[in-house]
Design a protein around this ligand. Structure first.
Ligand code: HEM
Length: 536
């Protein structure tokens, strides 16, 4: 038995087991490193399916390549790496799209997978954790906010109803400029235009002007400027974790501070309105956007319950998206006209022939001013208010045969697309004629005459495209066209400051922010050309 047991102990099967164990150990010794290597190869293959890109540095990735002006630096990289390339912002991959073809594939073919926005420290604070319109993730809440803003604030009908607000602001601006002209006083044109856009939005939202003497209104205007600046600032802490703790640019501190101030001010405006609502029953036609938001807040059966944070986030979003971009484009447009006196003269002749010289140009005239419209389109082509349109892929997608993993940030470089030589003749020149349906002037065929700027033509995307395209296009065009028209109809503008003696007189340097700003403020003395208000 013992032998038997022994033999059993050393039975062929046990020998087999021992041999098997030995083999398993050997296999493991080889297999585990082999698997690790295979995994590394597969991983590198997967990431090599990302579009091409420059070699990166540890920790910061390609952040060092974005200086001094991110959208211009990315434009240069596109020349080297093509219309679809990737960089790393810290450890986060980011794909840059710089051609109309790639933009179409991303924004149209993959629309549903590309309808989120990347978050940043600034957007987190200022959108009350993505509870506004711009940063809300694509989904039912975003659809609800969009419907609310479109139907009650930005639809054609609401805009028609509020045309008196815009008219009042432009008339006030012309009257103020007439006084400055008489006193031969210089004005900061950007400041004047920002006041118009702030007042228009403020009046649309809460029936108050931002520049009334009232402290609250003035405080709101200053705060919106500060907030827009913070939202547009490039913040390394969004990409490299240790910057968050260092807060070298003090962005976090400024965000906490301005959000607390905005919150207090918005709460006091809302409380005041709620008190008024207790005593006054308003009919629908008298309600402004704040009333409508409070109606939803009080409606227990509403599709979505709005709390105070959501209301504040939506209002702040309308202010920030609606004021600076419109003001900046208008200022760039006027700057271009000052550098191109012949284009300015042609635009004036058009206005004089359609409107005459005795009354102020009105919004209803704009449809008869195709050259003015072309000037605004050309300004939007060269001076995209948002040179990089931020999106995020919500799932894995394929573009141009490259794999873009879910959660990758994607920047549609509309500033570069507007300068693409393969689609635009004399791309860097300011030639509004290209947008006229007629042809032949300045060697430009006018082939872009049919092109709209609402996201259907991917060569021109100043307002983005698809379901997350800008909802403020109609409002923006009305304000920009009417403001430029009034400024050139009523005044000549004598440029002041550094560049005055040079030709062209206005410097066109761009700032570092993610929102396209002018480095040199446009300071001019208005000289009255005609006065539609004889009493002034
Ligand atoms: C010249 C003026 C303006 C320009 C150039 C501009 C440009 C843009 C761009 C490029 C986007 C991103 C689009 C995309 O992702 O495809 C956007 C989004 C947005 N814009 Fe504008 N915008 C302007 C004026 C306005 C105005 C006046 C308002 C409203 C009062 C507004 C409200 C918004 C909102 C709420 C979004 C976010 C939409 C969403 O995420 O669904 N914008 N804008």
């Amino acid at each position: 038995m013992a032998n038997g047991t022994d033999s059993l102990y050393f039975s062929p099967s046990s020998i087999l087991t021992a041999g098997f164990q030995d083999s398993v150990v050997k296999v493991c010794i080889w297999l585990i490193p082999a698997l690790i290597i295979l995994r590394a190869i597969l991983k590198s293959r997967t990431s090599s399916r990302l579009p091409p890109g420059p070699p990166r540095l540890p920790i910061i990735g390609h952040l060092h390549l974005l200086a001094p002006i991110p959208h211009q630096a990315l434009y240069k990289l596109a020349v080297k790496y093509g219309p679809l390339y990737h960089i790393y912002l810290g450890n986060n991959p980011c794909v840059i799209i710089s051609s109309p073809e790639m933009a179409k594939e991303f924004l149209k073919t993959n629309e549903l997978s590309c309808s989120n926005r990347p978050e940043s420290m600034a957007s987190e604070y200022l959108s009350y954790h993505s509870q506004d319109f711009s940063y809300a993730p694509y989904g039912p809440y975003w659809r609800f906010v969009k419907k609310l803003c479109m139907s009650e604030l930005l639809s054609g009908q609401s805009l028609d109803f509020l045309h008196t607000v815009r008219r009042f602001e432009i008339e006030s601006m012309v009257k103020e400029m007439l006084q400055k002209a008489r006193a031969v006083e210089a004005v900061d044109v950007g400041g004047v235009i920002t006041r118009i856009t702030n007042n228009v939005i403020s009046n649309m939202i809460m029936s108050k002007r931002c520049s009334d003497t009232d402290d609250e209104a003035g405080e709101m205007r200053k705060m919106i400027k500060e907030i827009s600046k913070l939202l547009g600032e490039f913040n390394p802490a969004d990409y490299v974790w240790f910057y968050k703790f260092l807060d070298l640019q003090r962005i976090k501190k400024r965000l906490v501070d301005v959000r607390a101030r905005y919150d207090r001010l918005a709460q006091s405006i809302i409380d005041e309105r709620r008190e008024i609502r207790k005593t006054q029953e308003k009919i629908a036609a008298d309600k402004d956007f704040l009333d409508l938001l409070l109606d939803v807040y009080e409606d227990e059966k509403a599709e979505f319950r709005l709390n105070m944070d959501k209301i504040k986030a939506i209002i702040l979003d309308m202010f920030t998206t609606g004021t600076e971009a419109v003001a900046n484009v208008t200022e760039w447009g006027l700057a271009e006209l000052l550098n191109h006196p012949m284009i300015m003269d042609k635009a004036r002749q058009e206005i004089d022939s359609v409107v005459g010289k005795s009354r102020l140009v009105q919004e209803s005239d704009l449809v008869n001013l195709p050259y003015l419209q072309a000037i605004v389109k050309e300004t939007l082509r060269l001076h995209a208010a948002s040179p990089l349109i931020p999106r995020q892929a919500s799932e894995d997608i394929v573009i141009g045969n490259y794999h873009i993993p879910a959660k990758t940030n994607v920047l549609v470089h509309d500033w570069a697309i507007g300068r693409d030589e393969t689609h635009w003749e004399n791309a860097l020149e300011f030639i509004p004629e290209r947008f006229l349906k007629t042809s032949g002037e300045n060697g430009i065929t006018g082939s872009a005459g049919h092109m709209d700027i609402r996201g259907q033509h991917y060569q021109l995307l100043p307002f983005g495209s698809g379901r997350r395209a800008c909802p403020g296009i109609s409002l923006s065009l009305k304000v920009i066209q009417a403001t430029i028209a009034a400024m050139i109809q009523c005044f000549e503008w004598n440029v002041q400051g550094e560049g005055n003696d040079s030709i062209p007189p206005v410097k066109m340097d761009e700032g570092r922010a993610l929102v396209l700003e002018r480095v040199h403020p446009l300071i001019c003395i208005p000289v009255a050309r005609l006065s539609p208000f004889p009493s002034i």
